[in-house]
Design a protein around this ligand. Structure first.
Ligand SMILES: Nc1ncnc2c1ncn2[C@@H]1O[C@H](COP(=O)(O)OP(=O)(O)OP(=O)(O)O)[C@@H](O)[C@H]1O
Ligand SMILES: [Mg+2]
Length: 268
């Protein structure tokens, strides 16, 4: 589903990391991607195919070698509050409390303390962390720290949320809980999300489009709509639509993982 009115447009974007000697590493081949308002796009691909590089360039943390990224009609030239990031590793400020972490971006914007606290408390509640406002990150579990990171990103009301394997370090049950939580927030708040994952079930369950990237150097190999209704419940995982899509994506990824390893995928 490519919108005629995208909020984010990536055009012929590529990235080569320079090497001290030799030609450098091509991390991303010329790539186009069009993201519509309220899209939840999940990105799958073998390790090293450039998923994080793509997300980091959208975040403004890496500079493209060629191509452009335009958000709401404005070219991206660096980081900005219009993009909220959540990474796999816990990126909270360890010296700040949960409340102060969630307030961080609001404080940077110069918002009055009362207003910061009003907003932060709303999002702390949404992610189920009431009562932990005055705790420090190291006093929380991994899942709770990721919920804090999500609350911090959402509190800034970004135009787009950029999530790079945000649940990758969590155990299976906590991960499913986080998926449901984020689905619920996305359904209620209609956020636009770019979400990198290695987990095919997660990609289908969370996304309204699944983008598959080819082996290194990456490019977008296919962009598949997910025809599952909302609100989504875990029971969708046993429906024929889900299992057929999972079989297709498993095969697409299997081919790319073999390519990335320099092997040919055996026929099924
Ligand atoms: N700062 C950097 N300097 C040099 N090369 C880099 C840098 N960052 C990434 N690369 C290279 O670019 C390629 C793409 O890396 P990237 O981290 O985007 O892959 P990925 O798809 O996110 O992988 P994974 O699934 O393992 O997280 C890899 O070959 C990697 O070694
Ligand atoms: Mg990565």
């Amino acid at each position: 589903m490519t919108s005629s009115n995208p909020i984010l447009t990536v055009t012929q974007l590529s990235k080569t990391f320079a090497a001290t000697k030799g030609p450098g590493t091509v991390a991303l081949q010329a790539t186009d991607l069009s993201v519509a308002e309220n899209d939840f796009i999940t990105i799958l691909g073998p390790s090293g195919c450039g998923k994080s590089t793509l997300l980091r360039m959208v975040a403004g943390l890496d500079t493209p070698t060629s191509g452009t990224i335009v958000l709401d009609g404005k070219p991206i030239t660096g980081p900005g509050a219009d993009r909220g990031m959540v990474f796999q590793s816990y990126t909270l400020f360890p010296w700040l409390t949960i409340l102060q972490n969630v307030c961080f971006g609001l404080r940077e914007k110069g918002m009055a303390l009362d207003a910061q606290h009003d907003i932060a408390h709303q999002f702390i509640k949404k992610v189920g962390l009431q009562g932990f406002e005055n705790h420090f990150p190291k006093q929380l579990s991994g899942g709770m720290q990721q919920r804090t990171a999500l609350a911090r990103a959402l509190a800034n009301d970004p135009r787009i949320l950029l999530m790079d394997e945000p649940f990758g370090a969590l155990d299976h049950q906590t991960r499913e809980l986080m998926q449901e939580l984020l689905q619920g927030i996305w359904e209620a708040e209609q956020k636009t999300v770019l979400f990198v994952t290695h987990d095919i079930d997660e990609a289908i369950f969370m996304g309204n489009r699944v983008v598959v990237m080819s082996a290194r150097p990456g490019r977008i190999k296919c962009d598949i709509p997910v025809p599952l209704a909302h609100p989504r419940h875990y029971s969708v995982k046993t429906t024929p639509v889900f299992t057929e899509l999972k079989a297709r994506l498993t095969e697409e990824i299997r081919i790319e993982v073999h390519k990335a390893a320099g092997l040919q995928a055996p026929a099924v």
